[in-house]
Design a protein around this ligand. Structure first.
Ligand code: AMP
Ligand code: MG
Length: 364
């Protein structure tokens, strides 16, 4: 165990003396092979010098992350791509021009300067240029690309606030930079452009629709692999992003979802199990009419079905909030797979112990 420092930076005032000294310290720690958690626009990242194998190995130890799960390398500008990738195709430049800085990760052929531990020994490297001012300032000040997975214990819910990072990693890392809650709330979209057809390996902060506008031929890899299947990207491990409390995900038509959640909640309660609900604003009237008390902190309302960006921003926060309650089960509604809804669905499905098709429950 070590003492973990916690410093707050206002992302809008990077020239404030406290911000300058915090960034200097953070850059120094990275250069010395240490670990710094920092805000990005997606979730908080746990950073180390991407070109220092010993430093990167410490990320895996702190997170208890298996070495077969490769890391995303963060750069401050697209012009730094050749430092970590080689044979960068014009398509990468084109996508960078559209989506960087931002929540799009590109899988490219790896530059030999990048150590094996970053890429899990693979011939490709995942790279992105984050849009958060603190992240970019840190990468610039460190003067090196920064390898950074999400700053949580492996397979736990990703952190969208510095407090979340503290809860998971205090005592394991040198410094946490607190830049406030993250804006996007789900991780980056991972796009593999090393093959003939560009493939979305993980849906995330850049919607597939936005990608298609630039890249009509893009396809989305079937998301949840059956247990034991070969995984092209280990982040696609089926169970991931999970709260400690069991979560059941209800899919289907809105009316069927509501009915199934209410019936399941009642049945569980009758069996003496306390339940928490993760719902949309539009669900509340139904639960109120059904006599279900949703105002007691056992319910997280993550936003409107018409505002999936807002839902994405609050999703992990809500999962962690419900996880802290003394309940044995979280019942969550699914969201339509449009825009950021695809990433929301993906994270909920991976967090889920069971995925329940609501129509079937209703008829049962
Ligand atoms: P995290 O940073 O924790 O959000 O996880 C990064 C994820 O990016 C990994 O779990 C993989 O799914 C993906 N990734 C990283 N590097 C590669 C790569 N070289 N090829 C394919 N996917 C990758
Ligand atoms: Mg992660």
């Amino acid at each position: 165990m070590m003492d973990t420092q916690f410093l707050t930076i206002d992302p809008g005032r990077l020239d404030a003396p406290t911000a300058v000294s915090a960034l200097q310290l953070a850059a120094h720690i990275i250069q010395q092979g240490g670990l710094v958690a920092f805000p990005t626009e997606t979730v908080y990242g746990l950073g180390a010098d991407a070109l220092n194998a010993t430093a990167v190995a410490r990320i895996f130890a702190a997170k208890k992350r298996p070495f077969f799960d490769p890391l995303i390398v963060h750069i401050a500008d697209a012009t730094d791509l050749p430092r970590v990738a080689r044979d960068v195709p014009p398509l990468a430049q084109q996508l960078a021009a559209h989506f960087w800085p931002g929540p799009l990760t590109l899988v490219l052929p790896r530059n030999t300067a990048v150590p094996d531990v970053v890429t899990a020994g693979g011939a490709t490297v995942a790279v992105r240029c984050p849009a958060h001012p603190v992240a970019r300032a840190l990468i610039r000040a460190a003067g090196t690309p920064i390898a950074a997975p999400s700053a949580n214990r492996f397979s736990h819910t990703s952190p969208t606030s510095a407090q979340h990072v503290w809860d998971d990693l205090a005592g394991e890392i040198e410094l946490i930079l607190d830049g406030g809650p993250t804006l996007v709330g789900v991780e980056s979209t991972v796009l593999d452009i090393t093959e003939e057809t560009p493939v979305v390996l993980r849906p995330g902060g850049v919607s597939v629709e936005a990608l298609q506008a630039v890249l009509p031929q893009v396809v989305v890899r079937r998301q949840l692999a059956p247990p034991g299947a070969e995984l092209p990207s280990p982040g696609l491990l089926e169970r991931h992003y999970a709260p400690h409390t069991a979560l059941w995900l209800f899919t289907g038509e809105d009316a069927a979802i509501r009915q199934a959640i209410l019936e399941t909640a009642r049945a569980q309660q009758a069996n003496g199990r306390a339940v928490a609900l993760l719902l949309a604003e539009e669900d509340l009237a139904f639960f109120a009419e059904g006599g279900w008390e949703t105002a007691v902190g056992q319910t997280a309302v993550v936003g409107s079905l018409n505002d999936l960006e807002g839902v994405a921003r609050r999703l992990f926060f809500a999962m962690r909030q419900l996880d802290r309650l003394e309940v044995s089960l979280i019942l969550a509604r699914d969201f339509p797979p449009l825009g950021l809804g695809l990433a929301i669905h993906d994270r909920l499905a991976r967090a889920a112990e069971r995925v329940i098709e609501a129509a079937r429950v209703k008829g049962a």
